[in-house]
Design a protein around this ligand. Structure first.
Ligand SMILES: [Mg+2]
Length: 272
């Protein structure tokens, strides 16, 4: 029997100083990512130890919206030199196998995006039409797959979020607001789709998924057990929650610990 642990990284397993919350002591922290020489993301020592010592029957699959290059900076989620065999990056547009993107998978996603006209060139005029306001600080493209806006949260008209979400969904783009980033994601690029591919490849019998944002919703829905950190965008949304999705009691970096404790409970049954 094989258990697949498909998990988002940022604000699920790893945390920046801004997002970790106040319940953690400095000496509990382990640095897991460095950007331009500075520590950027952390786990607690307890979480890291749990993640490094998963049972033999458990396969860890990082499933992140980070691009491949951004993902490769996160070296503290595995022990030693060997990253997980598979990783999902760019929100599901890319699957890495031993560090190399699976061409056939990304080609398939690209074809879907082109045929549904959900490509960045088609999106940009709409972004300019709706988001000309002063709260958009920068517009970033992620490896030609999707777009995210760096926004000024103070000035962002939160009350219009529902309207924006509906407007962009009509033209095939899903929206997710995470801190200062507002993501616009083609409907064909999903974490669930990529996870299903890996599940099939490794012949997993059971899936536990974790993730904090609306982009993780589909991943949790297609798992056998889904875990939502209580602090996340998805836990706060009013979309009804299926029964197999649990919400953590703790928030911030301690929610990460709770997820890995829950995983350990299930995973030890698979090793019996
Ligand atoms: Mg996240």
């Amino acid at each position: 029997m094989k258990l697949l642990f498909a998990s988002d990284l940022d604000q699920t397993l790893i945390y920046s100083r801004r997002s970790m919350g106040s319940e953690v002591e400095e000496d509990e922290l382990k640095e897991v990512e460095r950007v331009e020489g500075k520590p950027q993301s952390f786990m607690t020592e307890k979480s890291q130890a749990a993640l490094w010592s998963l049972g033999e029957s458990t396969v860890f699959l990082p499933v992140t919206t980070r691009t491949q290059a951004q993902y490769e900076r996160v070296t503290g989620i595995y022990e030693g030199e060997e990253p997980p065999q598979f990783a999902v990056t760019s929100n599901g547009a890319v699957i890495l196998e031993n560090g190399v993107p699976i061409r056939e998978w990304s080609d398939r996603i690209r074809k879907q995006c082109v045929s549904r006209k959900t490509i960045i060139q088609e999106l940009m005029p709409e972004v300019e039409r709706h988001f000309s306001e002063d709260w958009v600080l920068r517009v970033r493209e992620a490896d030609d797959w999707f777009v995210y806006l760096i926004i000024d949260r103070e000035r962002f008209p939160e009350e219009n979020l529902g309207f924006y979400t509906e407007t962009f969904r009509k033209i095939g783009w899903e929206m997710s607001l995470q801190g200062r980033k507002l993501y616009l994601m083609p409907e064909s690029i999903t974490k669930a789709g990529a996870m299903e591919y890996v599940k099939e490849r490794i012949q997993a019998d059971y899936v536990i998924a974790a993730g904090d944002s609306l982009l993780d919703r589909c991943l949790l829905e297609s798992a056998d057990v889904g875990i939502l950190p209580a602090h996340g965008e998805a836990a706060r949304s009013d979309i009804p929650m299926p029964e197999h999705i649990e919400i953590t009691e703790k928030q911030g970096i301690k929610a990460g610990e709770e997820i890995l404790e829950r995983l350990a409970e299930v995973s030890c049954q698979f090793d019996k």
